[in-house]
Write a protein that binds this ligand. Structure first.
Ligand SMILES: O=C(O)CCC(=O)C(=O)O
Length: 349
């Protein structure tokens, strides 16, 4: 425990321990219960071929996307248009970053969740009671020129490789947003037009091997606060999604991304599309890296159910709110299982 008191980051603690320190241990009723988890197959988390969006199968592909957003809130995509070299390069940069000497990594350390580039640990150590088995680098990346100068300069290729990756992911997101707008019966540019100046944040999550993975989480169950998340994971399993009350492990498929609906999309769709609870578990053998891109509105954007989705049978479920208001509440309340959207519900008549 002496080491635990002196290390800011988990990465620098793990080599000196062979048991999970007390502050990472979840109460018994709230542990991952790993033996009860089902492994996903194509029927649990759909795999959608995005090539279909540019050609005669567009309508059918949009239908598949709409169904996945409505029934699962999660889907996987292949033929997404991001070259494999770009994906491998960002995974390598992330791996190299977390292997840098402690003093080098700590140059980016901050406990302030509103800082636009920061390295930290767990989720929000200022508000949480139990820590999570994760270190993470989180940064804003759109508009690129406003943020790139804040990013780490070590590894030396960080800014170049990450800049390339996030530009490509943004192009992919814009295509998906058009498809999702259409799947809701809205104008193709409806969602994009209602996000203010748009925002894009990324995280590099680093989950070191854990001596007792049954006692703790990489990240406990939560929904994503943004509009849509594009998750890249390395080849180590760890992501689990709550489906029909059961946890399903979404094991990595090479050359695919996982897409999930975030809280803002649930609000815009007036609850038609679901922001689903998911979590990350850890294992005793291998480190794991995941890289989510959180695409979101800009802070001043006004979010609320699309007018075209409100009628007598479907009254507005949420009041309008700015994304800034939402973002602050999300970080202040910690990773609670209940969706933060509940705070923005219209009072019942
Ligand atoms: O590591 C993962 O697979 C999930 C990451 C995640 O849910 C998050 O960063 O919010």
């Amino acid at each position: 425990m002496a080491a635990a008191a002196t290390k800011l980051l988990l990465t620098d603690l793990v080599s000196s321990i062979d048991r999970v320190p007390d502050n990472y241990i979840r109460p018994e009723a709230n542990r991952p219960n790993l033996i009860e988890v089902k492994v996903s197959d194509i029927s649990s988390i759909p795999l959608i071929d995005l090539q279909g969006l540019s050609g005669p199968n567009r309508d059918d592909t949009i239908k598949q996307i709409g169904q996945a957003c409505q029934q699962d809130g999660f889907f996987q995509i292949k033929n997404h248009g991001i070259p494999e070299e770009v994906v491998q390069a960002i995974l390598n940069v992330a791996r190299e970053f977390f292997r840098l000497p402690e003093s080098e990594r700590l140059k980016n350390y901050s406990e302030d969740p509103l800082k636009t580039t920061r390295l930290s640990t767990s989720f929000n150590i200022k508000t949480e009671k139990v820590s999570n088995w994760r270190d993470f680098l989180r940064f804003h990346c759109y508009p690129l020129e406003e943020y790139v100068h804040e990013w780490p300069t070590n590894p030396p290729s960080f800014r170049k490789e990450v800049g390339e990756y996030c530009t490509r992911v943004r192009e992919l997101v814009l295509k998906l947003l058009e498809a999702i707008s259409e799947s809701l019966g809205l104008e193709r540019d409806y969602i994009s037009k209602n996000l203010g100046k748009h925002g894009q944040h990324m995280a590099m999550n680093y989950y070191p091997p854990c001596p007792q993975p049954e006692l703790t989480y990489g990240l406990p169950g939560h929904t994503d606060q943004g509009l849509i998340t594009i998750l890249l994971q390395d080849d180590v399993p760890g992501l689990q999604v709550l489906k029909d009350g059961k946890w399903v492990a979404v094991n990595p498929i090479p050359n695919t991304f996982i897409v999930n609906i975030g809280d803002q999309m649930q609000a815009i769709s007036n609850d038609k599309y679901k922001s689903i609870i998911h979590r990350a578990v850890v294992n005793c053998d291998r480190e794991r890296i995941s890289i989510p891109t959180f695409y979101c509105p800009s802070p001043e954007a006004l979010i609320g159910p699309a007018m075209g989705l409100i009628d007598h049978e479907h009254p507005a479920v949420y009041r309008s709110f700015t994304y800034e208001e939402y973002y602050q509440k999300f970080w202040n309340r910690g990773l609670r299982t209940e969706c933060c959207l509940d705070i923005f519900k219209m009072p019942l008549a």
